[in-house]
Design a binder for this molecule. Structure first.
Ligand code: GRF
Length: 207
């Protein structure tokens, strides 16, 4: 069983997609052991509770500085000792130390086709606003392993999504979620849980 921790900040629709896929058997060999949120108001915590999964709040606001927050985050992760950490709409940059200690065991979903519209400042709706401002016709989502960089690390999977002329950031965000994110993320977890992925020299190979 791949003991998996999911980190969230908001609505948790990606978390829901993972939970549904585990329940339906589309994702196998996987157990969601905990959900960690940086945000007390995250609906994702309610989703965790409804599914009988321990939800934990770990907010930078409750610590005097980043250092002590990072220390508490690391302590919690060491206690949980997961095989996989999934950043599913997690808006806090994770400690560098975590990327080293859990190297190859952290994945992230980003709502664009990396390397477009990613890096510092590109999160949540801002990504879709930038896509519309640039006028690109195709966007999408990317699942990748997390290293010390921002939206860097070996790419596991990507899926393209069309941009329509009258899209708003909210409409586009929803389409990217429905057509890409909710499909790619559970699929990537299943691939990892069933040892289908190997990483060589920064490239992910499947099969
Ligand atoms: C998703 O678009 C994710 O890719 C982004 O933030 C959003 C989170 O949505 N980084 P949810 O909390 O999973 O509903």
């Amino acid at each position: 069983m791949l003991r998996t921790v999911v980190c969230v900040s908001g609505g948790g629709t990606n978390l829901q997609a993972i939970l549904d896929a585990v329940k339906s058997g589309q994702v196998t060999n996987t157990e969601i052991i905990a959900v960690i949120s940086n945000n007390a108001g995250a609906y994702a915590l309610t989703r965790a509770e409804e599914n009988g999964i321990p939800g934990m709040l770990l907010s930078p606001k409750d610590y005097p500085d980043r250092e002590s927050y990072h220390a508490a985050f690391m302590k919690k992760m060491r206690e949980l000792s997961p095989d996989l950490i999934v950043l599913a709409g997690f808006l806090v940059r994770i400690p560098k130390e975590m990327t080293t200690e859990f190297e190859g065991k952290i994945i992230n979903i980003h709502p664009s086709l990396i390397p477009s519209f990613c890096g510092v400042g590109y999160y949540g709706l801002k990504v879709h606003e930038a896509v519309l401002a640039r006028g690109v016709k195709i966007t999408g989502a990317t699942v990748h392993f997390v290293d010390a960089g921002m939206d860097e690390g070996p790419i596991i999977a990507q899926k393209a999504v069309r941009v329509e002329e009258d899209d708003t950031p909210e409409i586009l965000q929803r389409r990217v979620m429905e057509e890409a994110e909710w499909i790619l993320l559970p699929q990537a977890i299943d691939d990892i849980a069933n040892n289908r992925l190997t990483v060589q020299n920064g490239y992910v190979r499947k099969g």
